[in-house]
Each structure stands twice: as C-alpha cells, then as structure tokens.
Design a protein around this ligand. Structure first.
Ligand code: PLP
Length: 853
C-alpha cells in the first residue's frame, strides 16, 4: 500500500508545473494538496501567512500520515505471518532530524519539492527548520538510531524503546575559549513526528516493601507493596524503511504523575505540596544524563532505567498475550535486546512479571527470561561498568533486589558444582561485589547471567572481552560470547548527507548500494579512471567549500549566507579569516575523552606550528584541523582539552607566518546535524585512540564512507577497516594492543619519551610555559605534569610514530591523483560496515528472526 501511494504521489506531482508561480499552483491531490490542507486544518494558518517553521510542521504532518499507513500495513503483515519481533531497549536514541530522512526513504523528494513550492518556499529551508532529536550522548545512541533504520529497511519487525527526554543532550557553546552547557529544550515548538498514546499508559512502581506469605496450596505468595506509583505514557515515532512500505515504531516513554497518588495532601488542603510531588515524579523523563561513560550512583538515573524498562516490558507482554501468546511462548515470538547495561534491570523485572503476576515457577520463568534477552557490551573502560549500590537499589526496587539475590544464589550454586571450593572464581563471577554498606550489584554480570547471548562490537573488542573482562564467563559458557561489528546506515550518512558523491557513485554503478552496501566494490576499478578521479576530487573540494562557507557564516562572516548550518560559531576563527578549501581538511569529531587522545592531536598541531615557525618559507602542505565534540560537564580533563584547542587555535590565527599553512578550529556543538556536514567535507579522519580502548567506533566508518582517508591506530573497528581497504590505503601508526599491554606491564615511564624526543620536549615545554594562555599562565601546568608523570593513554609513547604518519599523509595529499585513488578504494571496501549487515548478524545469529516476506 505504501508503495502504490508513493507512486501515485510521484505521478500527481508531475502534473504540477514547478515553474509556475506559487499562487498559480492549486494542487488538489497528492502530497502538495496534503501540505496545504495540513497548514490550514492542522496548523491553522493560511499559506501566505505561514512561517518557515509552520510550513515545516505542515509537510511533516502530511508525511506522518503516510508513515502511519505504512505502520498499520507492517503490523498487519507481521500478525498474519506470525513473524518474530525484536524490541531494542536503549536509554539513548540519537536520531537527529527526521524530515529529510522521511522524504528520501518514502521516495517523496519530487512530490515534497512541489508540495513546498505550493507553500512558496524551498525544501532545504524546511529541513533546516527542524530541531535535532538529540536523545543520546554519542556513538551508542547513534548506533541505536542506525539500527532502527537498518531494521525497517530490511523488513524486520522491530520496536525501539527509550525515554522521551524533555531536554536532550546539552547544547555546547564556547565562551572565552571554554565549554558552556546550555539546555536543549527541543520540544518547545512541539514535535510533529510523535503520536502520543495516553490510553496505552502503563503504571510503574517504586519503593515500599515486599510481603512473603504461604498461600492456600502451600506455595510462596509474594506481594510488592510499593510506596509510589506513576504513569509511563508512550509516544510513538515511526521509522520508515527505504522505499519498501515498512514502518517500525520507536516508543519513547514520558513520566506523568499518578493522578490519585497525592490525594492525601489534597484532602489535607496542602495543594502546593501535592503539586510539588507531582513535579518530582515527572523529573524522571526530564533530562538525558550527559556523561557518556557512567552516571552510576545517581538515584534518578536508576529510576530512569527502571521506569522505561518496566513500561516497555509491560507493553511487550501485554501485546504478546493480546495476540494469543502465552508466557511460555514469549521467546518464540519476541527477542529483547539490551543496549549496554542501562536496561539490564529488565532481567529481574521480567522474572517478577512471570513469577508474581503470571504465577509461573522459577525454572520456567528463568528459562523464558534467558531465552528472551541478549546483551551488547560497549566498553572495556572500568569506570563505565555500571554497579548499583545495594542500599539504593533495594530502597527503590525491593522485590528486584530479592530476585537478584535468588538469581545469584542459584547461579553460584552451579558455579560451585563445577569448580568446588574455588572461592576466587565465585567472587569474580558473582552478581554482587563488596560487603555490608559497600555492597554493589554488577549490572554486566547480571546481564550475562540473564541473557543467552553477549556480544562485543568489533573483533578486537570481543576478543578482549573473552580474554580479560569476561574471561571467567567465557570459560563457563564458551558459546555465549560473540562479536557483531558495528555499522552505520549509508542512507543517512552517504545518500542523504553527501548527495553529490552519492549521485556520482550511482551514475557509475547504479543504485543498488543504497540497500546493499557490498555493491560499492564495483567502484574499485574506477580508482584507475582519471576522469572519475577528477569528478570525485571536485566533489570533495566542493563539499569542503560549502562547509568552510557555513563555518565562516556561523562565525559572523558574510550575512548573505542562506539559512545554513549555524550550529554555532567556530571558536578561534576570527571574522573575515576564511578557511582555505584547498588545504587538507584534517578532522577529529567525537566525544572528548582522554582515551580518544584529542590531546595527542593538539600536541602534533603544536609540533607543526613550531616547524613552520622554524622555517616560515618552507614548502608546507596547508592543513585545516577541525575538532569538535562535547565534554561531560563534570569531566575536568576533557574540558581542559577544549580550552587548549581554543588557545592553540587563537595563537595560530593571530600569527600571519603560520596561518597560511595551518589552522585549528574548534567547532561548537557537535551533533548529528553538524556531523552530516562534516563527514562529506573531510579529507583525513583522525581515529587515534590508544589500542585496546575504543570498543569499535562508528565515526571511523562514516568518514571512510564519505571518502576520507583514515589516520589511525590498530584499535576497535579501525583494524577491520584496515583489513578491508588494505594497508596501502590507510595511515596506520602506533602501538598495537599487545604492545600497549607489554609497555604498561614493564612500567611505562612517559618521561623517557619526553627526554628522548627533542620535538616532543619543545611542544610540552611550550604548553607548560603558559605562552598559549598569557592571561592565565598556569592553566596547563597540571595537564603537562599528569602527562609526564602518568600518561595513562600513552600519548607520549605514540607521539613520534603519529607525526611520521601525519607527514606521510601530507605528502600523499600533495598528489591528488594518488590521494583520490586511495579514497575511492576506501569507499569501495566499505561494504561490510553497513548497519544492514550488523542487523542481519543480530537477527540471524542472536534473535533468531527472519524479515517480513
Ligand atoms: C557517529 C557519531 C558519534 C560516534 O563517533 P566515534 O568517533 O565513533 O566516537 C558520536 N556522535 C555523533 C553525533 C555521531 O554521528
């Protein structure tokens, strides 16, 4: 049905002459007519009086109607065929904007162009009117969004479950060269994509105590008497597949106070107190935690986790039963995926529902639970492993704490039977750690025990999980741990974000790559075709020009620039100092983290700065280094890195000797919309984490897909990218994971590297000297001291090798023919880094699912 509707839209659109003036067009059918109708009857505005935002609302409303139709079709097909469905539980979905994605996926571009023409505006202006849905921190949340796109595109029935945060990821401003966090009030003008379903609200309980009694039959009867209850209200956003008539729901839950809960206060006349309590309940879905590593220890965070998990499981089970299923058949019809440990409280929650609500016995309930859940680990960083304080956990979820204890008791009995007397092993495998007031629940251990599958997100990461973090579990259950390498959706990250390159590729090899990325392999021979290389190079330079223009405009450049990016003014780019679009655009964009080593990048910029100062008439390869990313608000070292980047950028900008050859620009407010502009305009992709620290990375894939060459360490998915593109088409440097481990074990002394490398010494001395921050000369004393004394991420050890790789990249860039041939070979090798492949791996290997036929 979706298909025929789309086709008829196209045909109707053709009947509307786009060259006619807006007032001459009186569309009576199709998307154009629906837009005008939505503007008048849904927004309440005459077309000639509407603002750009109102026109955006009208187009979005018209398109949402089509998505709803596709969703109903998808649902009825699923029910008729009895197809298994996956529920993806994630505390984050970093979706970004939806309008352009919907227009392209539904094949409505021509119709939408005519539709908005009838409203008297340009389609691109409406795309820009939309606010990013930034309901995630970084890679983990963006992965969830790419997976939803890939699931719908391949016709897998799937539901995302998360929180409808009122405030998403903070907006980053740079003031006086430092990060300032501003609230992201993304819903203040409404959200045309979501559909609220208040009648499908679910009650969620907290606190109180548990009563155990023996029932008439001699069995155990359990009653949780919670102290507080509130409502979870679902909001549904539809995720369209690529031109296949499929639409899957993303269900985001909002916390709403239970309406009869505070009756006692009302009766006592304490109206204000009652309203205050209501406001407190509703803080649960108020704001996304902006730390991408961990927010453990925060009661509100645990409440958020249980809140959306309880709502999701209630809905999943209700739907399963309403469709004629029984609790025992849940794993045949439903797979539930746990994106990191954030939703792992789902394990005791499903046990509670099966035992206490549906009256199953323990063994049956446990069998259903473990066959239903699968878990993905996203990090090896110990500080990111969630551990909940038992006191806090028990006060909010007393029944769940009891269940965790029972799960652990039975699990450790099994361990003790297999390794009698092995107390150390039992201690390591236990779901609990510590004693007394310090006792904590290890959510990763709970996840592994409660799931039938545990996966890492790149080959190296999964191997390290088996070898180190989860080695005891791997010994116990050798088949449970596996790998699914991450991927990204080429629909958003190439077809949508880089239309010029997408067109060049499609003209050369057809459009199959949009739904089958392996088709890009057909580009490989074109690396040897001079005309194709020239066209490719021209597109990259054009994209760079567009980005440079937008950054200049955002920084207060020419006022004539159309409503472009302005995601913020780049720090350190004074008005009128334009970026050189023919320079090597060298880019590191990602969350700011010590392990990602933005600091190493900054130190090599300083090394280059000093080289140019030493020989200002040298034949340097001009470079523009872009950096962007948010620091967690409480992460001091990360914020220092941003300050240093801004200080270095300013020093270079005010130095006319260096400025023609080297620039450093920190671009504020990195997010999906900015990323969509940066990847297509990048020449060099900085993927320089310490080997063994980055689980996978997905930014690395998006850069390479857009024809950037990678300079990187053998870490995360960089290893698989290097394998795919060939070592001659990538700039690999630095210590490998075993070398990192060996250096640490032998007692790493960063000072030896400082003393042994004169260039490194000059750079660090410059940072420590205070010359970069004349008003605050001690600003970086602590940072340099930490590096010389500890350097936990081996910046100094990899520095020399990094500089050599940078020199090789600069030399290569001077030969555009060679550079472009390498870029084409990179893109040709990106087939396996599609989220379509990732999702297929999960469906076939973990969820046991087939697509709709
Ligand atoms: C892809 C992406 C990330 C992840 O980047 P990494 O380099 O893999 O850390 C983070 N944020 C946004 C907005 C992204 O698009």
């Amino acid at each position: 049905m979706g298909k025929t509707r789309q086709q008829s839209d196209k045909q109707r659109a053709e009947q509307v002459d786009p060259r006619a003036g807006a007032s001459a067009v009186t569309p009576s059918t199709g998307l154009a007519a629906d837009c005008v109708e939505a503007l008048r009857l849904a927004v309440g505005r005459e077309p000639d009086a509407a603002t750009a935002y109102e026109r955006y609302l009208a187009l979005a409303t018209a398109i949402r109607g089509r998505q709803l139709g596709a969703w109903l079709d998808t649902e009825s097909r699923r029910r008729q065929a009895g197809t298994k469905r996956v529920h993806y539980l994630s505390l984050e979905f970093l979706v970004g904007r939806s309008l352009q994605n919907a227009v392209l996926n539904l094949d409505l571009e021509d119709a939408a162009r005519d539709g908005v023409h009838a409203l008297g505006v340009v389609l691109e202006d409406l795309y820009e009117a939309e606010h990013d849905a930034a309901l995630g921190n970084g890679g983990l949340g963006r992965l969830a969004a790419c997976f939803l796109d890939a699931l719908a595109t391949q016709g897998y029935p799937a539901v995302g479950h998360g929180i409808r945060y009122e405030y998403g990821m903070f907006r980053q401003e740079i003031r006086d060269g430092a990060q300032v966090e501003r609230p992201d009030n993304w819903l203040y003008r409404g959200n045309p994509w979501e559909l609220s379903r208040p009648d499908e609200r679910v009650q969620v309980h907290f606190g109180g105590h548990v009563e155990y009694a023996t029932d008439a039959g001699g069995g155990l009867s359990v009653r949780w008497l919670p102290a507080a209850s509130l409502w979870a209200v679902p909001y549904i956003t539809l995720v369209p597949g690529w031109r296949n008539g499929v639409s899957n729901p993303l269900v985001l839950w909002e916390a709403v106070s239970g309406d009869d809960f505070n009756l006692a206060y009302f009766n006592d006349g304490d109206y204000i107190r009652a309203v205050e309590d209501q406001a407190r309940d509703e803080t649960i879905s108020k704001v996304l935690y902006p730390g991408d590593a961990s927010a453990a220890g925060k009661a509100l965070r645990l409440k958020q986790q249980y809140f959306f998990v309880a709502a999701a499981l209630a809905r999943i089970l209700n739907e399963h039963l309403a469709e004629g299923g029984a609790p025992a058949t849940l794993p045949e019809r439903v797979a539930i995926h746990l994106n990191d440990t954030h939703p792992v409280v789902a394990v005791p929650e499903l046990m509670r529902l099966l035992l206490d609500v549906h009256g199953l016995g323990w063994d049956a309930a446990w069998d259903i639970t473990t066959r239903t859940f699968a878990y993905t680990n996203h990090t090896l960083m110990p500080e990111a492993l969630e551990r909940w304080d038992v006191g806090l956990f028990g006060s909010l979820l007393p029944r769940h704490l009891d269940l965790c204890n029972e799960i652990n008791r039975r699990f450790l009995d099994e361990v003790a039977r297999r390794w009698p007397g092995d107390a150390g092993r039992i201690e390591r495998l236990s779901i609990f750690e510590g004693f007394g007031a310090d006792q904590r629940i290890r959510m990763a251990n709970l996840a592994i025990v409660g799931s039938h599958s545990v996966n890492g997100v790149a080959e190296l990461h999964s191997a390290l999980l088996k070898r180190d973090l989860f080695s005891d579990f791997h010994t116990l259950w050798p088949d449970k741990l596996r790998n699914v390498t991450n991927g990204v959706t080429q629909r958003r990250w190439l077809r949508q974000a880089n239309p010029a390159l997408a067109r060049l590729i499609t003209d050369a090899i057809g459009e199959r790559w949009v739904t089958d990325l392996e088709a890009l392999a057909e580009l490989a021979p074109l690396a040897d075709d001079a005309a194709f290389r020239e066209a490719w190079w021209d597109i990259k330079r054009l994209n760079v020009r567009v980005l440079a223009h937008q950054l200049a405009a955002a920084a207060g450049g020419p006022a004539s620039v159309p409503s472009g990016v302005p995601t913020g003014a780049p720090a350190g780019a004074p008005k009128g100092v334009a970026l050189d679009p023919d320079s090597l655009f060298d880019v590191q964009v990602k969350r700011i983290h010590e392990y990602k080593r933005q600091l190493m990048n900054l130190l090599r910029v300083l090394a280059q700065y000093l080289r140019i100062k030493d020989a200002p008439n040298g034949d340097w390869t001009p470079r523009t280094v872009l950096m962007a990313g948010k620091a967690a608000p409480g992460y001091w070292a990360a914020k220092q890195i941003i300050r240093l980047a801004c200080d270095i950028g300013r020093c270079i900008d005010t130095d006319p000797q260096v400025r023609p050859w080297l620039r450093l620009v920190f671009v504020p407010n990195y997010g999906v919309s900015l990323a969509e502009r940066i990847f297509p305009a990048s020449d060099l992709s900085e993927q320089i984490s310490t080997a063994g620290t980055e689980a996978s990375g997905t930014g690395n894939m998006k850069f390479a897909l857009n024809g950037a060459l990678t300079i990187g360490t053998l870490d995360g998915a960089n290893i698989e990218i290097a394998e795919a593109v060939g070592r001659e088409n990538i700039f690999i440097f630095g210590l490998t994971e075993p070398e990192v481990a060996a250096l640490r074990n032998s007692g790493y002394r960063p000072r030896d590297f400082y003393e042994g490398n004169a260039e490194l010494r000059r750079v660090l001395d410059l940072v420590a000297s205070g010359a970069l921050s004349p008003g605050d000369p001690d600003r970086y004393a602590g940072l340099v001291h930490e590096l010389l004394a500890y350097d936990p991420y081996l910046v100094l050890a990899d520095f020399a090798d990094y500089l050599e790789a940078q020199d090789a990249a600069a030399d290569c860039f001077r030969d555009p023919q060679r550079w472009t041939a390498m870029a084409i070979r990179n893109v040709a090798a990106m087939g396996r880094f599609s989220s379509d492949r990732s999702v297929r791996d999960y469906a076939e290997g973990i969820w046991g699912m087939a697509p709709l036929t």
